[in-house]
Every structure is written in C-alpha cells, then in structure tokens.
Design a protein around this ligand. Structure first.
Ligand SMILES: *Cc1c(COP(=O)(O)O)cnc(C)c1O
Length: 404
C-alpha cells in the first residue's frame, strides 16, 4: 500500500472549507477520557466530542458491537429493514413515552423531521392556516435551513435568506411572552430543556410545564430537542424525565451513537401516522452499523449505575470548580445539569471563553465554549474520578494564567 498522505494542522487551512477554526494540534488517538495528539501529548477530554462520546473513547463493548456488525452487514437502504434498527427502535420505545421511532444521521435532521411532522399533522387535522412554529431566543436546533431558522441566533441564519416562513421567536424562560406567542395558528413549539450551545441555560420547570399547558390549549405539538440533553447527560435518560413534562415529539442524536453518526425522532402512535409511506426519509437512516452501535450505547447508558454516576460526577465537577472560583474570581455562576456544565464568566472576563479554552489545551485539557462568555464541559458519562481531578487541576492552571 502507498504511504498515507502527510497531514498537519496547516493542512486544514489549505484544504478545508473554513467553516471551523480547530485547535492548533491534531488528535490521533483516544482511550477512555484521554486523547493524544500527533506529538504524543496527552489531554484529559472534558468535551467528549461536544456531548457525543458519552462512554468515552474506544469503549470495549461499543467497539465490539461495531466490529461484529461490520462483519455482518453495513447498509441496505430503506427498501429493506434490518435487525439492529428494529432492536434500537424497541429499546427507545420501552425506555420513553414514545411508541414509534424515525432514524436519521444527525440532530439537525431529527429536528427537521420533527418540524415537518408538526406542519403536516396540523395540515391534516386543522388545515393550512395552522402552520406557525414557536421557538426561543438563543436556542440551537441544527444547521439545515429550517433548523437554523428555528434556532434563536440570527447570526447563523441571516446570510441565507430567504428563510422558511412562519417561525417566531420568544424569550426563553418567559412564560408570559410564550403565552402571547402561542396561538391557535401555532402547530409546534420547539424547545431545549437546557439550552446547550446558547450558554448552558436550564429551563425553569414551571416554564416547561407552562409550555405543555399552552400547547394542549392551542392544539400545538410540544417538541423537546434533546439532542444535547438526552442519553443520560443530565443523570436521567432524557431530561424530560427530570422535569416531569412529557413532550409530543422528542429528538435525540449526539450521544445516541457514542461517536457514530445517528439521530432519531421519537413520538406517539397517533402523530406517527402523519408521516405515511413516502412522506419523509433519508438514505442512511436506520443504517445497521449506526443502529447496532447505538443499541449498545443505549443499553450501557440506561442503567442505574451510569445514570447515578452522572449525578456523582456532577458533584465532583461542581466541588472542583467551586474551589477554582474561590481562588480566582473569574466565574459568576456555574450552571447546567448532570454532565452538561457551564461556567459563566464575570464581566471582567467577558468574551474570553475561547482564550481560556486555548490555555486549557496548552495545559492538557480539552473543553468547550457555549458562546463567548461560557466555558462548557460535556465529558464522558463514565469519566473516572482520577481524570476529573487531573483535568480540573490542569484547568485551574489555565485559569491562573488568564488571571495573572
Ligand atoms: C448539536 C445540536 C443540534 C444539531 O445536531 P447536529 O448533529 O450537529 O445536526 C441540534 N440541537 C441541539 C440542542 C444541539 O445541541
């Protein structure tokens, strides 16, 4: 075989469409919650691929599931069903409020499916006037044109006009405003139980409860975008279980595949009927490799040990971050739930989240931002205590550097 092409971080700038600004090193290997770059430097991974690698890197059982399926069958197309997709559907149904599942490849596609379902359901049951979608400021629902328009950050959509019509935004956690926005013409309300990209901002319980009531009153579907909050991230399989508010439609992706691309929309029997044969679809949706991996990931995560372990790890993070706070007055709030944690920078350090992440990389820890003012941690749900301690010690050194 030919030698592989030599690549460095520089290659990114030469060959890649510049929609990302990746860190100035290239990671080549991961194991558990540690990753290594081309130079052999090790990092503690507090990002988990943006809330994706929920079981860390190279989990032996997940790897075995992938390899086993790779030896059997990779892909069929939707004219033929397969065993892993049917098993995954049953697992999701048994574990949630839902009766039916649709599979796709990403969070955006899952939300796209949810919004299309809502439009068609309203059309079929009420006629074409009921087509409005209510979403929330600062929300994030993906990058397709429909989902980027539903998202509440105009900077992601404004350059791609004309945008899909009939989408309205209301302030997050403001029930009075939502009561104004949601009317009999509303077909769906889409909301993240914790806004992830928008700054790790949890919904108030009474806000979600109120949205449920408003949706019931006006015959609108309540869609929970659990792409980031789902799959155990909050210490519950899905965050709706924590809130005790049941949506009509739920979208899940990111951690569902533990690193293998997959997304799903799940809903009730009644609503599922709307999407009849030929009304929606995607080539790779329900791919046997993806669903075999996701089935294993789901059965590993949906256990009392892992879900209770998330709550335990949350406390390790909060304790560690609070001691950093005592020493360096840089964060004015630590918020979120489970292992979706946001550290909000105070005024003096506003806009410096990215710089802190770069220093953290330098010290050997991988972390995320959620907007310019929030440092975000979304590590593996089974990260060992030793890695949490070591990662926070490294992070503390980065914070010390920015404070001096
Ligand atoms: C990441 C994310 C998405 C988009 O998922 P993709 O897989 O990137 O398309 C949608 N909604 C939320 C809440 C997310 O965090």
């Amino acid at each position: 075989m030919e030698q592989p092409i030599a690549v460095t971080r520089q290659s990114f700038d030469e060959w890649m469409i510049p929609v990302y600004a990746p860190a100035d090193f290239v990671l080549v290997r991961g194991e558990g919650s540690q990753v290594w770059d081309q130079q052999g430097k090790s990092y503690i991974d507090f990002a988990g691929g943006i809330a994706v690698n929920a079981l860390g890197h190279g989990h032996p059982q997940v790897k075995a599931a992938l390899i086993e399926q790779a030896g059997k069958l990779w892909h069929l197309g939707n004219g033929y069903t397969n065993e892993p997709v049917l098993r995954l559907a049953k697992q999701l149904i048994d574990a949630t409020f839902a009766d039916k599942a649709f599979f796709c490849n990403s969070g955006a596609e899952a939300n796209e499916a949810a919004l299309k379902l809502a439009r068609k359901y309203a059309l079929d049951t009420h006629g074409s006037e009921k087509n409005q979608i209510v979403a929330f400021n600062n929300s994030f629902h993906g990058r397709t044109l429909f989902t980027v328009t539903a998202g509440g950050q105009p900077k992601y959509s404004q350059d791609f006009a004309p945008l899909p019509a009939g989408i309205f935004h209301s302030p997050f956690n403001d029930l009075a405003a939502a009561a104004e926005a949601i009317t009999d013409r509303t077909c769906a309300v889409i909301v993240e139980p914790i806004q992830g990209e928008g700054g790790v901002l949890p919904a108030d319980p009474h806000f979600l409860q109120g949205l449920r009531e408003l949706c019931d009153r006006h015959g609108a579907l309540l869609i929970f975008d659990e792409v980031q909050t789902g799959m155990g991230r909050t210490g519950y399989l899905y965050a709706y279980m924590k809130y005790g508010v049941v949506p009509d439609v739920l979208t899940t992706a990111k951690a569902l595949g533990g690193g293998f691309p997959i997304g799903a929309m799940i809903t009730t029997d009644k609503l599922a009927k709307t999407l009849g044969i030929g009304t929606h679809g995607t080539t790779y949706g329900g791919n046997p490799l993806a669903t075999a991996v996701a089935g294993t990931v789901l059965s590993l995560i949906n256990t009392p040990q892992v879900l209770e372990g998330v709550k335990q790890r949350h406390q390790w993070f909060i304790d560690g971050l609070n001691s950093i706070r005592l020493e360096y007055p840089i964060f004015n709030e630590i918020r979120g739930g489970g292992l979706l944690i946001g550290c909000v920078l105070n005024k003096e350090y506003a806009g410096k989240a990215k710089q802190i992440i770069q220093l953290a990389n330098d010290e050997g820890v991988i972390a995320l931002i959620a907007g310019p003012d929030v440092v975000r941690f979304t590590p593996s749900l089974i990260i060992p205590e030793q890695d949490v301690k070591e990662g926070l010690a490294r992070f503390a050194r980065a914070v010390a550097r920015i404070c001096h």
